[in-house]
Write a protein that binds this ligand. Structure first.
Ligand code: HEC
Ligand code: HEC
Ligand code: HEC
Ligand code: HEC
Length: 168
């Protein structure tokens, strides 16, 4: 190959990488701005995404069951997100929220027909104990609360027409 040709190739290569880098920086900046907007924007998006009504957009089944449960006074995120500290709460809100949205819009998952992840179960258990500290102070807290309190599982709380699973 001619030296000239080689140099032209190298320059092309460098230009391409510069363009890619600029694109990456712009995308990163836009993402940062978007998060800031969501966090502090006038419509108070974060507050909205903490409401059961928001979760119900994709979880109509669990929402319907929850409305008939003893815990209808508690929000979904009181049980389904870590609530021991601020950082953990928002970290997992981003991870779980991102995952939920991805699965929903890619069609890979169905919010009305899904199961808790292993992490979701740990979060749940910690929240049961957090709110019922006195009640459970004398029992083995490693044992899953919902092993016995099955009525808390959404599928079993519904007082109206039972879901298909309940009939089995
Ligand atoms: C845009 C639709 C959408 C919204 C809004 C949404 N979810 Fe989900 N969620 C999904 C989908 C889809 C899945 C199934 C994901 C999978 O198959 O792994 C899911 C799974 C879950 C699971 C079970 C899996 C796990 O992480 O343990 C829980 C719990 C959950 N969502 C809670 C919530 C809560 C609480 C809210 C409101 C703060 C919420 N979701 C808002 C779509 C959504
Ligand atoms: C008192 C705590 C509590 C509250 C409040 C609560 N859940 Fe749950 N959630 C549970 C339990 C318990 C399970 C079932 C775990 C199991 O059976 O393995 C569950 C499971 C789920 C699942 C996994 C799929 C399933 O049906 O098992 C989703 C999705 C979910 N909840 C969404 C919600 C949404 C949306 C809300 C609010 C409208 C909500 N949860 C409110 C305790 C709660
Ligand atoms: C955010 C706080 C909170 C969380 C989280 C929570 N609870 Fe409760 N729970 C309450 C309150 C408040 C009541 C009383 C409701 C009433 O009397 O109307 C209650 C009632 C109950 C009852 C009696 C009513 C019934 O349905 O039988 C049981 C059992 C119970 N909780 C177990 C659990 C378990 C197990 C978990 C975890 C899956 C859990 N709770 C998570 C606040 C909470
Ligand atoms: C070995 C089974 C078992 C396990 C595990 C268990 N419980 Fe219970 N729990 C019971 C029984 C039985 C009662 C009494 C129910 C009744 O009086 O209707 C009860 C009562 C309660 C009550 C009071 C309900 C009321 O009507 O006032 C709460 C709250 C509660 N449990 C929370 C929890 C939490 C949180 C955990 C997990 C740390 C847990 N339980 C684990 C069996 C269990």
């Amino acid at each position: 190959m001619e030296l000239k040709e080689l140099r032209a190739k190298a320059e092309n290569f460098a230009a391409l990488h510069k363009a890619l880098l600029i694109k990456a920086v712009v995308a990163g900046g836009a993402l940062g701005l978007l998060s800031l907007f969501l966090l502090f924007g006038p419509p108070k998006m974060i507050e909205l995404t903490e409401t059961p009504q928001f979760c119900a957009l994709c979880h109509a089944n669990q929402n319907g069951d929850w409305l008939h449960s003893a815990h209808r006074g508690e929000k979904c995120i009181d049980c389904h997100l870590p609530n021991d500290n601020f950082a953990d709460h928002y970290l997992w809100k981003s991870i779980d929220g991102g995952k939920d949205v991805f699965f929903h819009f890619s069609g890979l998952g169905d919010g009305n027909d899904t199961q808790l992840t292993a992490h979701g179960k740990k979060v749940l258990q910690a929240n049961c104990i957090r709110c019922h500290t006195d009640m459970v102070s004398h029992i083995n807290q490693k044992r899953s609360c919902i092993d016995c309190h099955r009525t808390l599982s959404h599928r079993r709380t519904a007082l109206t027409l039972p879901r298909e699973e309940n009939k089995k």
